[in-house]
Design a protein. Structure first.
Length: 546
């Protein structure tokens, strides 16, 4: 019985980890590559240093690029499942590390609560289900592990901590914050162990400096004095939002729009509790300062480089922020032993917070699923138009239907597909896809093939050629590859629009033609058997000669 009580928290943690893994993999079952992932897939060719060390959004991303390359080499590009499995494993390991950190300070059950809140952090849904965010999760995972290893107080722990800090920096710039925490640890313990340990934070920082001098300085920077002056406010907003997110009280929507309404009073309450708690205790634990330094530098550095879209309330920044809040809270409560009733209350609060955060989780997953539909449909259109699409044709937001499919250039994409397989819908899958995807595939096809028109004003002849069809208002005319002749009798302007996979609209618009003109509509052949359907809207008679 004693064994069961002693191991109950570990069993509970295992159940939470399993439930989270099942949830994450289930929610991501229909997701594919989107946004920045395409940069890794299409623009990091080869194994030269540049392929790994070129900055991405000002960050070093050497390790995420290496992981993406390895996964594509092993499993191809037809599915995003391998990278989602890697992300899920990283999230689980990070939660376990947070559990260990908290357990060492305030007990196992609070550790389970902390890990659970982190695993179901709904407002940070993008970090939890978008594999690109291993840039964040990887930095946090290795950074927390490094802080734990520093507690060993031996050379082996220092060596491993240095290695993990280097890995943390290799995932993203967040690693600098953990190196800053390690530097504070070295300074605080200089009387016990001397400054000979300075190499622990110095090596990863020098690696980052070498990267910056070689590659990072070429990236666009948003560092500005105004950002520096505003960074303390950025820090407070970030902490407030992280607290609210952990407790299921975030009011930030799926587009990271809103204010940390609950977070601000919660932050004030937290500061008041810290002050009150210190009246009962003799100062702070020395172990607080390394993690506090890491947390403060994380938000301040982010604030220094602020630009629109990188707000402190952003869910992707809230994940690392939540980890720091949990670690700092554990240090502030170090040595406290909670009663059974307090733990039951904490468990109830956790359950309510998780239930609330699952709503944000679902909203984010639904948004990513909608974008994935467009991504698979748009890339399917490029493959269908492979015979004639210009290599430089690019899925801009206007063409793709969303700003969340970036940098997919037809030539690079088709080359990658030939080498690693296709993540796009097949023709049959596209025909059965959601209407949003079918509609956007028509838009992409119209420009990728491309469909073209040539209008000859005043060329209308009363006598129609054999095989011509009269366009009936509201009815479609089926067209195949080739050039169709659209003859508009004298009268007002006529409009022509087309559809192919779409069922509810005619999304491909043409310039139409003035009365008395003849338009030649050319449809290049492609790899799909489905015909096009032309809709003519005109007040006067119009003939279509396929």
């Amino acid at each position: 019985m004693a064994w069961q009580r002693r191991n109950a928290p570990v069993v509970a943690l295992g159940a939470v980890l399993l439930a989270n893994a099942i949830l994450l993999l289930y929610l991501g079952r229909n997701l594919t590559f989107i946004q920045d992932t395409w940069y890794f897939l299409l623009y990091r060719e080869g194994t030269s240093p540049d392929a790994f060390l070129q900055p991405h959004n000002e960050h070093i991303v050497a390790i995420p690029v290496a992981i993406e390359k390895l996964l594509v080499a092993l499993f191809g590009m037809s599915s995003a499942l391998p990278e989602r499995v890697v992300l899920t494993l990283m999230l689980l390991v990070t939660a376990v590390l947070v559990f260990v950190y908290v357990r060492r300070r305030i007990g196992a059950w609070p550790g389970v609560i902390a890990a659970t809140l982190l695993l179901f952090l709904g407002p940070s849904w993008s970090v939890l289900i978008w594999p690109f965010e291993i840039v964040i999760v990887g930095s946090v995972m290795t950074g927390v592990a490094a802080l734990l290893l520093l507690e060993r107080d031996d050379r082996r722990g220092d060596v491993l901590a240095c290695l993990l800090l280097a890995l943390s920096v290799g995932f993203s710039g967040i690693g600098i914050s953990f190196a800053a925490g390690a530097a504070v640890d070295v300074l605080l313990r200089r009387r016990e162990r001397g400054l000979g340990r300075a190499w622990v934070p110095l090596v990863p920082l020098l690696l980052f400096a070498g990267w910056y001098l070689g590659w990072g300085h070429e990236a666009e920077s948003h560092f500005a004095l105004d950002n520096v002056l505003r960074s303390p406010i950025y820090l407070l907003e970030g902490v407030a939002n992280s607290i609210a997110s952990l407790l299921g009280l975030s009011t930030i929507d799926v587009n990271d729009v809103g204010e940390p309404d609950w977070g601000r009073p919660l932050l004030v309450a937290a500061i008041a509790l810290v002050i009150w708690g210190q009246t009962k205790r003799r100062g702070f634990s020395p172990r607080l300062w390394p993690v506090a330094a890491a947390a403060a530098s994380y938000w301040l550095l982010a604030g220094f480089n602020y630009m629109p879209g990188r707000d402190a309330v952003s869910g992707r920044y809230g994940y690392a922020g939540a980890v720091f809040v949990l670690l700092v809270a554990a240090e502030l409560l170090r040595g406290v032993r909670f009663s059974r009733n307090a733990l039951l209350l904490g468990g109830a609060v956790t359950a309510v917070a998780v239930a609330s955060n699952l709503v944000a989780f679902h909203d984010g997953q639904r948004w990513m699923e909608d974008v994935s539909v467009l991504s698979r449909a748009d890339t399917a259109a490029i493959e269908i138009a492979e015979r004639t699409v210009p290599p430089s044709f690019t899925l801009t937001p206007e063409v793709a239907g969303t700003a969340s499919i970036l940098a997919v250039e037809a030539g690079r994409y088709l080359e990658a597909v030939r080498e690693h397989g296709s993540p796009a819908y097949s023709v049959d899958e596209l025909a059965a896809a959601p209407e949003t995807g079918r509609r956007q595939a028509d838009v992409v096809l119209g420009q990728a093939l491309p469909l073209s028109t040539s209008t000859q004003p005043g060329s209308f002849r009363a006598e129609g050629a054999p095989g011509c069809l009269d366009a009936v208002p509201g009815e479609e005319i089926e067209l195949g590859p080739g050039t169709a002749r659209i003859e508009v009798s004298p009268g007002p302007h006529a409009d022509f629009s087309l559809r192919r996979f779409a069922q509810e609209s005619h999304p491909v618009q043409t310039a139409g033609a003035e009365g008395g003109a003849v338009t030649l509509l050319t449809i290049p052949p492609d790899k799909a058997p489905q015909p096009w359907f032309l809709l003519v809207e005109a007040e006067q008679p119009v003939r279509v000669c396929p």
